[in-house]
Design a protein around this ligand. Structure first.
Ligand code: FNR
Length: 182
């Protein structure tokens, strides 16, 4: 049967490297896996006063997470942490208290940045939040990707230098998701 992955991209930028990586990674998924990028740009700023009447966009996000067999996070690094838009989405779908959509969903964490450490700090911050949310995250292999010429080819696929590594990453992520859905 189908294994469905909700893909959460922590950048709203139209030409986001992380969005491009999400699209390219999905093409490396094994047969039977489907990937859907979920929208987080239409969420209001989180306000605890709204927990009892969450916005339609929040309920939609929670439904998409609830239906997924696994989660794929692609985070940029903003000032050595995750972007606020990503934290906002994490907070929204974690509420109301006791009704988090995230709990128990196996996840992979990856990211691409222009900086030399390739989102290492942001990914560690994200792992800290996900640990609290009871989201088991793939530990190895880690993937800290630097955006440079040739990362993507003309078709938007992973370029030759990174293809083997990212295929291995995807294979391990898929195995992680399957193990947690057994
Ligand atoms: C950045 N960028 C950045 N890069 C990095 O490696 N470490 C960092 O701490 C930061 N900090 C940072 C803060 C802010 C507010 C912005 C806008 C950018 C650069 C970042 O890697 C670059 O903009 C990427 O292109 C962002 O990812 P997307 O949007 O291409 O997916």
């Amino acid at each position: 049967s189908n294994t469905h992955i909700a893909v959460i991209v922590g950048s709203l930028r139209k030409d986001s490297y992380n969005r491009k990586l999400a699209t390219a990674l999905a093409r490396l998924g094994p047969p039977g896996f489907t990937f859907q990028q979920v929208e987080i740009g239409d969420l209001p700023l989180y306000n605890q006063d709204d927990d009892a009447h969450q916005a339609a966009s929040v309920l939609r996000l929670k439904g998409e997470i609830a239906r997924a067999n696994g989660l794929l996070f692609l985070t940029p690094e903003y000032n050595r942490s995750i972007p606020g838009v990503l934290k906002n989405a994490l907070d929204h779908a974690s509420r109301p208290y006791g009704q988090s959509a995230w709990q128990g969903k196996p996840a992979g964490v990856i990211g691409v940045s222009v900086g030399a450490i390739g989102t290492a700090m942001a990914q560690q911050h994200l792992r800290n939040v996900l640990a609290y949310l009871d989201v088991p995250t793939l530990g190895q292999p880690e993937a800290f990707i630097q955006a440079k010429d040739g990362l993507f080819d003309a078709a938007g696929d992973i370029g030759p230098d990174s293809k083997k590594f990212l295929q291995t990453w995807m294979d391990q992520f898929a195995a992680w998701v399957i193990r947690h859905n057994a």
